[in-house]
Structures are given as structure tokens and as C-alpha cells.
Write a protein that binds this ligand. Structure first.
Ligand code: NAD
Length: 489
């Protein structure tokens, strides 16, 4: 199928969606969204003020009693109406993301992800069941699970619609009401999603979507006394601030999904072609702006030169260009700040290791593009191997045995995803046991994930898990123990 993408959609929604209405910000403030490809202004978006953020929470609070009183199937009916609208809007969503954050339209998947999750959660509500017990003589005891009230989601810019979905559907299906704050770097698809939500006709106040920076709206939400659960995806720096705000306000429950410095480990018996293809895709997809990207690769010494040669060839072969062109597979970094961060990491890494492929920043180029970059022979304690770069930059180092590579892989504050390539099952399972990561891929790497597997981080990559089997039950339902004394039992 050939899809023609417009340079710019005719109209772009830029308002806040509060209490079932699209509104401009109360103080009229806006901020610009600029294309990272052309540097041109794409849209002027309304920035939620403190008053607007409070209004969204108040609307969610007012909507809670009626929404939580619905049967799960009644709530699910809204989800079933919304799912096809996301599928029908694939092109618009892909185009808006290409314009605002530079993701190639050829790589857009979030409309499918949204629909899949909407269908899943539309049927998930009856999974909200408690336990019962006859273990206390004279009592029939039970647990009930009940929604918290108002929940909030603060989302990043790299896959915004996926996070809007992940943070709203399980909360809503459990009977909570929701305020989502989109990222100031990629707010357009969230505002577009609000137009779909509006078409479905959710009761006013149930599903609110606001846009703004960390200061003011993010901070107001994380300090808010009426927000009872806050699920955050973003950087560790912001996660720390949000955790503190929760402790300083109402001890709201906080779920944190943060960064990564994920290792992929390639043993000499692995299928090298497959390992190269998949590890290259992991660090290149979305121009490396992926929390779980395998930004560190450890290759067994005996196959290192063959692996590196093939990796260089495939990594250099990406199609760099306008993200609106269906042929492009590698777009720019999201904005100037991100571009400069990655550039600074590359300049620093040049002093520590050997750049095998990469770019010369003294040559001027249009757009905020970072070429695929590989560093070799970098000392393990170098900054580039410890910190998240969030760009198409990979460090490839070598190892001799399992013990050495486990030590290297785990010697990092992050622990989101690890990958192991080997045909030896026993070795694979020893590695699975020893690696400190929330997800381990065996003969596969990120972004491979499964809806029914919990996703989240060990160590500094986060706390809590999200996913079909855990989100609704563990994150968005309180547990109440009920003791019932029964005469003559
Ligand atoms: P970020 O922390 O800068 O921003 C994330 C969100 O937090 C944005 O909506 C932002 O407005 C908001 N925010 C910023 N300051 C705030 C404050 N003081 N109070 C409340 N909210 C505030 O992160 P980012 O640059 O948007 O995203 C990139 C980061 O996200 C990377 O570290 C990446 O690894 C991580 N990430 C993690 C996952 C995961 O599932 N673990 C997935 C995607 C991205």
C-alpha cells in the first residue's frame, strides 16, 4: 500500500481537553512546537496553567462516583468504540509525530498498539476480583479491590500515544478517572487522541488530557492532594523530583518507568547475522531515543571482528532523511537540546574510545540528525558506558567468559532490559538468572516485548511494573480487607 503523507495537516488540535471540552489555557499562554527536520514552527500549543491543571483534577474528581459505579462492560463499551478510531487515524497520527518529534512515518505503530490495548482492556474489568478466607475461626473474611479516585499520568515524548494508552486504560477500567499530561516536546498526538476520545463521548471529566512543561502542570499534578496514583515515564532526574513531590504532598502511589543502559551479550555460538540485525535495530529505531535500546553490546572476543564489521555495514545503511517520506528509516533527534546532549556525549566518548563510524560535527548539516555511531574499546568506567545517551550511539566491547560479562553488564545503575544471544540453553538460563534487568531477551532484544509480560526496571530504571497482567490490579486498585464475624460458624 502506498501512503501519501501531507507536509502539514490542514488543522492541528492544540487545546487542552478538560471536563469533556476543548479549552484554551486560562492565561492564554502557548509554546511552540518546532520541526526537528526543518526548524520551522509546526504549531502553537496551549500550556496548562496551575488553574487549568487544578480544573482537570477537579473534573476528574467530580466524574469519579458515576464512572466507578458503572459495570466493567459499560466502561469497556467506550473502549470498543475508541479502538477503530485509532486505526482509522493511523496516517494523521504518524504525520503529527513525524512533524513534532521527527519519527519516520514508516516506523509508526502506536495506532495499532492503542487499538490492541483498547480491545484488551475493554474485556479486562471482570478480572477485578478479591480473595476470601475461612482461616480465622468464627469469621468469613475477604478482600475487595476498589479504585483510588483520580489518577494521573505524566508521559515522555518518544512514544507518546503508547504511554497515554498504557497510563490511562488500566486506570479507567478499574473505575478511576484520569488526567494525562503530555510532553511539551511531542504534544500533538495526545491532543489529537483527545479529539477521538471526544468523538466517543466518554462522560465529561473521566478522561482529561492536558499539555505543558514539568513546571507548571507536571509539578502541580505530582504535588496535588487529590491525585492518588501517579504513573510516570521519563528520565531518572524527573522521576526523583516526582517521588519527592509525592512524599511531600499526600504519599500518592507512584509508578516510575525511567531510563536504561541496556546490555546485549553475544556469545560465539550465536547466529551472528540475526544478532547484528536485531541489536542494530534496537539502537537505531527512533534514532536511538528508546529507554530499552541496547546501547551497550558485549561480544565474545573470538567473533568480535566479524560481528563489528557486519554491524558497521548494517548500521551505516539506514535511510536518513525527511521523516514524512515513507522511505526514511532514520529521522532527526527530537529537538536542539537533545541533539546537543547526544553531540556532547559523542565528543566526550571520542576521548575515551575509538569511533568506528559516526559523524564530523564540524560539517554543517540541515536538521538535527545524528548519524549512526559506534565506539569500540571504551573503558568500562567511561561516562558513555554508564549514562543514558538516548541517541543512535552504541558502545561495543568484548569479553572472554560468562563471569566477566555478567560483571560488566550489571555494573550500571540502570536495569531495564538485557539481551543474550547463544544457542546453549543452560548458558542462556544462567545469564537470565544473573542479569539485573526487569526484562531479559534470549535470542532477541529490545524493543521485543509482550503485552502479558510485566514491564519495568530493576535498580535506577524504575519502581513498579506495567502490563496487562499487572497494571489494573496492582497499580490502580486499593485492597480492602473485610472481616465478617459469623455466629456459630
Ligand atoms: P523527562 O523526564 O524530561 O520528561 C518526561 C515528562 O516529565 C514530560 O512530560 C515532562 O514535561 C515531565 N516533567 C519534567 N519535569 C517535571 C517535573 N519537575 N515535575 C513533573 N513532571 C515533569 O523525560 P523525556 O526526555 O520526556 O523522556 C526521555 C526519558 O524517558 C529517557 O530517560 C527514557 O529512557 C525515559 N523513558 C523510559 C521508558 C520506560 O518505559 N522505562 C520509556 C520511554 C522513555
Amino acid at each position: 500500500m502506498t501512503i501519501t503523507y501531507q507536509a502539514k495537516p490542514e488543522s492541528i488540535e492544540t487545546r487542552l481537553y478538560i471536563n469533556g471540552k476543548f479549552v484554551e489555557s486560562s492565561d492564554g499562554r502557548t509554546f511552540d512546537v518546532v520541526s526537528p527536520t526543518t526548524g520551522e514552527k509546526v504549531a502553537e500549543v496551549f500550556e496548562a496553567s496551575e488553574e487549568d491543571t487544578n480544573a482537570a483534577v477537579a473534573a476528574a474528581k467530580a466524574a469519579f462516583p458515576a464512572w466507578s459505579a458503572l459495570a466493567p462492560a459499560e466502561r469497556g463499551a467506550y473502549f470498543k468504540k475508541l479502538a477503530p478510531l485509532f486505526l482509522e487515524s493511523h496516517n494523521e497520527l504518524a504525520q503529527l509525530e513525524a512533524l513534532s518529534m521527527g519519527r519516520p512515518v514508516s516506523m509508526y505503530f502506536e495506532s495499532f498498539h492503542a487499538a490492541e490495548n483498547l480491545y484488551h482492556y475493554s474485556e479486562a474489568g471482570f478480572g477485578n476480583v478479591g480473595t476470601s478466607s475461612l482461616n480465622t475461626p468464627g469469621f468469613v473474611n475477604m478482600t475487595l479491590r476498589q479504585p483510588f479516585g483520580v489518577t494521573a499520568g505524566i508521559i515522555p515524548w518518544n512514544v507518546p500515544v503508547a504511554f497515554l494508552i498504557i497510563k490511562s486504560l488500566p486506570a479507567l477500567m478499574a473505575g478511576n478517572t484520569v488526567v494525562i499530561k503530555s510532553s511539551e516536546k511531542a504534544p500533538l498526538t495526545s491532543a489529537f487522541a483527545a479529539t477521538l476520545i471526544d468523538k466517543v463521548g466518554f462522560p465529561p471529566g473521566v478522561f482529561n488530557i492536558i499539555t505543558g512543561h514539568g513546571h507548571i502542570s507536571g509539578s502541580v499534578l505530582s504535588h496535588h492532594m487529590d491525585v492518588r496514583v501517579l504513573s510516570f515515564t521519563g528520565s531518572a532526574r524527573t522521576g526523583r523530583i516526582i517521588q519527592e513531590a509525592a512524599a511531600k504532598s499526600n504519599f500518592k502511589k507512584v509508578i516510575l518507568e525511567m531510563g536504561g543502559k541496556s546490555p546485549a551479550i553475544i556469545f560465539s555460538d550465536a547466529d551472528i547475522e540475526k544478532a547484528v540485525e536485531e541489536t542494530k535495530h534496537s539502537i537505531q529505531w527512533n534514532s536511538g531515543q528508546v529507554c530499552m535500546a541496547n546501547s551497550r553490546i558485549y561480544v565474545e572476543e573470538s567473533i568480535a571482528s566479524a560481528f563489528i564489521e557486519l554491524f558497521k555495514e548494517k548500521f551505516s545503511a539506514v535511510k536518513i532523511g525527511d521523516p514524512l517520506s515513507p522511505e526514511t528509516t532514520h529521522g532527526p533527534q527530537v529537538d536542539e537540546q537533545q541533539f546537543k546532549n547526544v553531540q556532547a556525549y559523542i565528543e566526550g566518548a571520542k576521548k575515551d574510545g575509538k569511533m568506528a563510524i559516526g559523524q564530523d560535527f564540524s560539517e554543517s548539516s540541515k536538521g538535527l540528525f545524528i548519524m549512526p555511531t559506534i565506539f569500540l574499546e571504551t573503558p568500562e568506567d567511561a561516562r558513555g558506558l554508564k549514562e543514558e545517551i538516548f541517541g543512535p550511539v552504541v558502545h561495543i566491547n568484548t569479553f572472554r567468559d560468562e563471569a566477566e560479562v555478567v560483571k560488566k553488564a550489571n555494573d550500571n545503575e540502570y536495569g531495564l532490559y538485557a539481551a543474550v544471544y547463544t544457542k546453549d540453553l543452560s548458558r542462556a538460563l544462567r545469564m537470565v538468572k544473573n542479569l539485573e534487568a526487569g526484562t531479559v531477551g534470549v535470542n532477541c532484544t529490545s524493543p521485543t516485548a509482550a503485552g502479558d509480560m510485566p514491564f519495568g526496571g530493576y535498580k535506577g530504571s524504575g519502581s513498579g511494573r506495567e502490563g496487562w497482567t499487572v497494571s489494573m490490579l496492582e497499580n490502580y486498585l486499593e485492597v480492602k480487607s473485610v472481616m465478617i464475624k459469623v455466629d456459630d460458624l
